[in-house]
Design a protein around this ligand. Structure first.
Ligand SMILES: NC(=O)c1ccc[n+]([C@@H]2O[C@H](COP(=O)([O-])OP(=O)(O)OC[C@H]3O[C@@H](n4cnc5c(N)ncnc54)[C@H](OP(=O)(O)O)[C@@H]3O)[C@@H](O)[C@H]2O)c1
Length: 298
């Protein structure tokens, strides 16, 4: 039997590329959108579809070109929507409408864990909440994945946080819930494969919980060198320069959010990646050198 086709929007991003990988490993025939005709997707076994997901006509063409009846929808608040929640909502709504017009039989939307619980200053959550509502009323068969903070934030050169030997930096030192973007993809594979069970439902993607000193201990164990845990910037600068994210972290730090737990997620994905697993999985510093030369499991 031919593998089922899945279209992944924004396939080249931190989420998209690992979602494509996990879906491919789960046996799907994966196509991914990118604006770039020179994308490296092909070398990863993903069919590239040149498409600017912020343009409705491009989305319609992507569905037509691939014939996919399953789609993984990610919206990008900070870049594609230029930090504008109304614009992110419009882009997400267009993706849902395009999926409906294409007769998609299962749309998985990536939202955020506890999106509705953040205060009014946490603007990058607003469209996620509205898009969940829009999707529920759209008539498109759907499931929702609600991830917490990505481990990938620990190696994010584009946001001035490249991963270097001997130090790990984040915007909080306190207890935080993390997930690997690869596990978002593995959770999506479970939902696509068990459609009836997951239609209309949402799942918090939370792989591990710990403070930054525990993240550093995991990094140290994998890299074989001592690792310091540092704030990426002092809290007063976080408040001044990244007020939106500052308020998100206040929800983590003061209210112990999000409410979901790694234990609950592990009932669905028993081998969800811990911090140590993620450093082994990621296995590179920002300059491309490997963290460990020891053989990786799997
Ligand atoms: N970081 C976290 O901890 C976290 C946690 C939960 C949820 N999220 C959510 O994750 C989303 C971001 O996903 P990501 O980390 O995968 O993003 P990313 O790595 O920045 O990737 C962005 C994607 O959007 C496309 N893109 C960028 N600028 C664009 C533009 N101007 N027009 C059209 N397409 C554009 C890029 O594709 P091409 O350049 O190939 O076209 C790329 O595939 C955000 O909405 C955020 O709220 C993040």
């Amino acid at each position: 039997m031919a593998a089922e086709k899945v279209l992944v929007l924004n396939a080249t991003g931190k989420v998209g590329r690992n979602v494509c990988r996990a879906l491919r490993e789960a046996g799907f025939d994966v196509a991914g959108t990118t604006r770039s005709p020179k994308s490296p997707l092909t070398s990863h076994g993903v069919k590239p579809v040149v498409c600017n997901y912020t343009i409705r006509a491009d989305l319609d063409r992507a569905f037509k070109e691939t014939g996919a009846k399953k789609v993984f929808v990610i919206t990008d608040y900070f870049r594609a929507a230029k930090s504008n929640a109304d614009e992110e909502f419009r882009q997400g709504r267009d993706a849902i409408d395009a999926a409906k017009a294409a007769g998609v039989d299962h749309l998985i939307f990536m939202s955020v864990a506890d999106a509705e619980c953040f205060d009014k200053h946490t603007k990058h959550m607003k469209a996620k909440v509205e898009l969940e509502k829009y999707l529920r009323q759209s008539g498109v068969p759907f499931s929702i994945l609600r991830p917490c903070a990505f481990f990938e934030n620990l190696d994010d050169a584009a946001n001035w946080n490249p991963l270097k030997k001997g130090v790990v930096k984040f915007l909080t030192l306190q207890d935080c819930k993390y997930c690997a973007t690869y596990d978002i993809g593995r959770a999506a594979a479970i939902q696509f494969k068990n459609r009836e069970e997951w239609l209309g439902k949402s799942l918090d993607v939370i792989g591990w919980q710990g403070d930054l000193s525990q993240v550093a201990a995991a990094f140290s164990k994998v890299s074989g060198v001592p690792v310091k845990a540092r704030l990426a910037m002092p809290i007063f600068l976080r408040r001044l320069l990244l007020n939106d994210l500052h308020h998100m972290f206040l929800y983590y730090e003061v209210q112990n959010g999000p409410r979901g737990t790694p234990e609950a997620f592990r009932k669905i994905l028993p081998d969800a990646l811990s911090a140590e697993d993620w450093f082994r999985f990621h296995n590179r510093f920002a300059d491309g050198t490997p963290i460990t030369t020891q053989a990786q499991p799997g």
